[in-house]
Design a protein around this ligand. Structure first.
Ligand SMILES: NC(=O)c1ccc[n+]([C@@H]2O[C@H](COP(=O)([O-])OP(=O)(O)OC[C@H]3O[C@@H](n4cnc5c(N)ncnc54)[C@H](OP(=O)(O)O)[C@@H]3O)[C@@H](O)[C@H]2O)c1
Length: 226
């Protein structure tokens, strides 16, 4: 499985405007070419994954609205607290809500299925991403774009699952101690624990800097962008 973390961030690594705010304001700084870059990448991957909180906050469609196909949408959630009005449930693209064994029998399981979307069980009380990725590989999903938020990204990094990071870094400062960053979670206070990546490519584009990092490993399949 290839995992690409793909995010729009500020200079100070924030992914949204204020605690619990939507990231949609950041997109006002992008032009059509910039949006095409995001959607073009969505057309190249098999699946796109965001955390349940991003669905609740941003209500994204997570589709490729330009040329090419849309990725399968994957949403991990233990609570299943996804609004039934969410665009991912009402739009036709394939969507997999991934939850835990403990959530079997939850009334929301059937409600999601009634919207024509799949519910997959993976893990006991939290979604087990290693198990999930094995399940997805067996369905032909080999490359997932992870589009945040900070909680989900942290887990991907903490589990050493990330092969590459693509950042569209806006030349702005947002600030805010509680505002979501690229990776939240507990963080590391020991240099032996930190995750390291190589800067593979950098390009100053008119509205943002494109930063492409790759995991430092040997013998991995090549990930790609652009
Ligand atoms: N700029 C960008 O590129 C960008 C992209 C996306 C999001 N954002 C911003 O990021 C913010 C949301 O980020 P966030 O960190 O608060 O939340 P998040 O990462 O979007 O979602 C966290 C939730 O995902 C579910 N989840 C994650 N890992 C799980 C696991 N192993 N097992 C079960 N469920 C799991 C949990 O849902 P349950 O509580 O249901 O268990 C968890 O509470 C929003 O403000 C949004 O605007 C920015």
């Amino acid at each position: 499985m290839i995992i690409t973390v793909f995010s729009q961030i500020s200079i100070d690594g924030k992914m949204t405007l204020g605690q619990g705010g939507s990231s949609k304001g950041l997109f006002e700084r992008f032009n059509d070419d910039d949006m095409q870059f995001i959607h073009h990448f969505r057309g190249k991957v098999d699946a796109i994954m965001v955390g349940r909180n991003t669905i609740a906050t941003d209500n994204p469609q997570l589709t490729n609205r330009y040329e090419g196909s849309s990725p399968v949408r994957i949403i991990p959630t233990a609570s299943l607290d996804i609004p039934l009005s969410a665009k991912i449930l009402s739009s036709p693209e394939e969507t997999i809500i991934v939850t835990t064994e403990q959530a079997r029998g939850h009334e929301r399981v059937q409600q999601i299925k009634d919207h024509g979307k799949e519910v997959l069980f993976s893990g006991i009380d939290q979604v087990d991403f290693n198990l999930l990725f094995n399940q997805l590989e067996q369905r032909g999903i080999h490359h997932i774009m992870v589009e945040g938020g900070g909680n989900l990204n942290w887990q991907m990094f903490n589990l050493d699952l990330v092969d590459e990071i693509i950042l569209m870094q806006l030349p702005i400062i947002i600030g805010g101690v509680a505002t979501t960053t690229l990776a939240d979670g507990e963080g590391y206070n020991d240099m032996a624990m930190i995750k390291s990546f190589n800067l593979h490519a950098f390009e100053a584009r008119p509205n943002y800097n494109l930063l492409h990092f790759k995991r430092i490993t040997v013998g991995q399949p090549e990930a790609f962008y652009a």
